[in-house]
Design a binder for this molecule. Sequence first.
Ligand code: PGA
Length: 240
Amino acid sequence: MKTFISPDYQQLSEAVAKNVIDCVNAKPNALICIAGGDTPLGVFAALVEAQKQGRVDFSQTQFLGLDEWLGLGKADKGSCREMVWSHFFDKLTLRDEQICFFDGLTDSPQAECQRVDGYIAQHGPIDCIVLGIGMNGHIGFNEPGASLNNTCHVIDLDPITQTVSVKYFGTARDVKQGISLGLKTILAAENIVLMASGEKKADIVAQTVNALASNAIPSTLVKTAKRAALYVDKAAASAL
Ligand code: PGA
């Protein structure tokens, strides 16, 4: 897996955005999946700016959500839906049919998994996926030990993920489960961009690069994919 180190977060975000833009320019109806969370916020901003400047046209692009906290919806600050819409989708003027995103408020998480799996069967495989790396190496909500055979599924969240989640919600919330694309779907993507920023990610970035690929640290599995790259800023690369 090739590693690209940018001097700072801004340049990291622009480098990842360029990867997505190249994908869409080569295939306007590409299926793109970009994680929620803090890491991709700069990528969203760079992509919105690129569309404004006419460097990319998302009018035919399909967007797929990576994951969601079960029990949270758009009105909940820090839900994946709230973050991705407010920083990205709302600024691109997309049509509803261009977006497939988990509904965290669903009464039937299993039916929701089937719905999204059905969408992927129709539109997939994913052409380009941008993933953050969790503090425990999770990708999406595929926590340490996750099965490589999983497609969309419901997950009992790892205690580390539950602790980290406070930064999104601004307060502790009783969120115990998530719903996520599985490793099978993620690793089948044509192009995987793994991204991390800041010194707090330096240790897990070094483990991702140095450890053997295994589901003990899901981010290491990206190294087994056909086309994958790690994009980090200097701070996140500081333990390499
Ligand atoms: P972050 O989260 O981008 O907010 O650091 C990444 C993750 O936990 O998947």
